[in-house]
Design a protein around this ligand. Structure first.
Ligand code: FAD
Length: 514
């Protein structure tokens, strides 16, 4: 029997852990190297995050986890999520009264799922630990890689050399997947072998985490809700240059994030006692849910972290290495798609690998009478596997970057749109799109948000489709404005939309029968 191919995965974040599951199920001998200690150890405070961040898990992420083929794990993950059916926008009227406005994400009731990033990661790691062909190495940092010789160097931080420094070990691999985040070491070393284009951008916004405690202490005694604000919404306190958001957690708390330009952070850092006043002016109502002392403490204690956007291509070198997730395309978090895209990378990469492995197996299978010696069989199998890897990685690189760049740009546009006042034309087009999607769904009309978040269509196709819709809409709108007859026709069509819809379905049915 040919030896299994050895796949080394660097980074045991959500994307690396999912990739390891996919690899293990395909018979690879999998080794996962993670810089940090095991995050399931309760003593561990995650690097970069104070506790953990809550994320919006949506269709692309769920679909990729579902394709890992572990229904119990999938159920466990879904069971730990809180569904968010829309945004809740908070503000203050000129009269001084507080208000909140709910905006559903989707007409068909589809939700984003709020989940603790650490809890999601822990469930993936638990599933990995049950698999016999996976080895997990925590406290192991990749420090170098040679993609031609298929060797890498790892700092084993659990074992010190006589000089007191972490011991370095050399490992080999058939294929390495770099899922080691925005500051990827795999990407850095791959650049020495591959002609990789690379660009990164820090935006002028930093983020800091806060927390709204469960209502338990305050209200649960009288049997009321465990959440202080609606649990089924992503709460937003918008501002021109900044915003504060709150995402629900299973335990009744909310993980909150303050996004603020670096200059504004500096002003508050100089006098943190001003934080409650700043919240009062800009995020009315938040002080009802977070005590002043807790606001100041969170601001002083929790790190003020940057947001980076990374674009690069190609993602691979030959048959021996590829980068996925934030390592390949870190993005600003304003579309809630970073991790979802990374998980989708895993599904797409392994689909492509499967296709090429299958095709080569069909063409290279030796006839039964040509029995080979073990060594020869090994080298033939190695050659076939390498060929499959080379073809698959090249195809993945050539196709995936278009969608990665698209979602990266969309996330960035959302950031700009949130900061700048939107043009009247933009708002008109958006309202018309929502109207069309609400009232004329049988034309397949969908908003950009629903395509990006609730479908698995390639991101680039979502943009192409909504741009096409936009052009039709603006032409139709111009026609309506200039033609009273057309306007009357649309009015009639809308008034009689039910019979029209039946007419349409009947026409389609008759057409299909013919
Ligand atoms: P990471 O999560 O960064 O994991 C990389 C792992 O590699 C880490 O464990 C790290 O320790 C390890 N590592 C690094 N270097 C080495 C090395 N040299 N050797 C070994 N191991 C190494 N995404 C969403 O989909 N929805 C959201 O709602 C959302 N909200 C967000 C909100 C904020 C404020 C931020 C900052 C991000 C948000 N994201 C969201 C993005 C999401 O967090 C990332 O896209 C996701 O964590 C990427 O996963 P990853 O596994 O690729 O990388």
């Amino acid at each position: 029997m040919a030896r299994p191919q050895k796949m080394v995965i660097v980074g045991a974040g959500p994307v690396g852990s999912l990739a390891a599951l996919y690899a293990a199920q395909r018979g690879y001998q999998v080794e996962v190297y993670e810089l940090r200690p095991d995050l399931r150890d309760p003593r561990i405070v995650p690097l970069n995050f104070t506790k953990s961040i809550n994320l919006a898990l949506s269709e692309r992420g769920i679909n990729a986890i579902r394709h890992a083929g572990l229904p119990a794990m999938m159920q466990g993950i879904l069971g730990a999520c809180v569904p968010m059916r829309g945004r809740m926008i908070h503000g203050k009227k000129s009269s001084g009264a507080l208000y909140e406005v709910a905006q559903d994400y989707d007409l068909h009731g589809r939700c984003n799922l709020a989940m603790d990033r650490g809890a999601l990661n822990a469930r993936l790691l638990d599933a990995l630990e049950d698999l016999p062909n996976v080895e997990l190495f925590f406290n192991h940092k990749l420090t170098g890689a040679d993609f031609r010789k298929r060797k890498a160097w790892i700092e084993d931080r659990d074992r010190l050399s006589p000089s007191g420094r972490a011991r370095e070990i050399e490992i080999d691999f058939d294929i390495m997947i770099g899922a080691d985040g925005a500051h990827s070491a795999v990407r850095y070393h791959m650049m020495k072998f591959s002609r990789m284009d690379y660009q990164q951008e820090y935006i002028d916004t930093l983020w800091c985490e806060f927390r709204i405690e469960p209502a338990k202490a305050k209200a649960q005694a009288d049997g009321s809700d465990m959440w202080q604000i609606s649990p089924n919404h992503l709460h937003i306190w918008p501002g021109k240059d900044f915003m504060f958001i709150a995402i629900p957690s299973e335990d009744g708390s909310f993980t909150c994030t303050l996004f603020l330009p670096a200059g504004e952070f500096a002003v508050l850092e100089a006098d943190p006692s001003q934080v409650p006043t700043f919240f009062d002016v800009n995020f009315p109502g938040v002080r009802d849910h977070i005590a002043d002392a807790a606001l100041i403490e969170a601001f002083n204690t929790n790190p003020h972290l940057p947001l980076i956007s990374v674009k690069c291509k190609p993602y691979h070198f030959g048959s021996s290495g590829v980068i996925i997730g934030d390592a390949a395309h870190a993005m600003v978090p304003f579309y809630g798609q970073g991790m979802n895209t990374g998980m989708e990378d895993v599904r797409i990469l392994f689909d492509i690998l499967d296709k090429h492995r299958r095709q080569l197996a069909e063409t290279n299978n030796p006839a039964p009478e040509q029995e080979e010696e073990d060594d020869e069989e090994d080298s033939t199998a190695d050659a076939v596997a390498r060929q499959a890897h080379a073809q698959a990685l090249a195809e993945y690189s050539a196709t995936r970057w278009v969608d990665a760049y698209t979602i990266n740009d969309l996330a960035f546009q959302n950031y700009i749109e949130m900061r700048t006042s939107q043009s009247k034309l933009y708002r008109l087009r958006k309202s018309l799109e929502e109207f069309m999607s609400a009232h004329l769904p049988y034309f397949g009309w969908k908003t950009k948000y629903s395509l990006v978040v609730f479908s698995n269509e390639p991101y680039s196709e979502c943009v192409r489709r909504t741009e096409r819709q936009g052009r039709i809409l603006m032409r139709a709108f111009a026609g309506l404005v200039t033609s009273p007859i057309l306007a009357a026709g649309v009015y009639m069509a809308y008034s009689y939309r039910r019979p029209m819809r039946e007419l349409w379905y009947n026409a389609v049915a008759i057409w299909q029968m013919m």
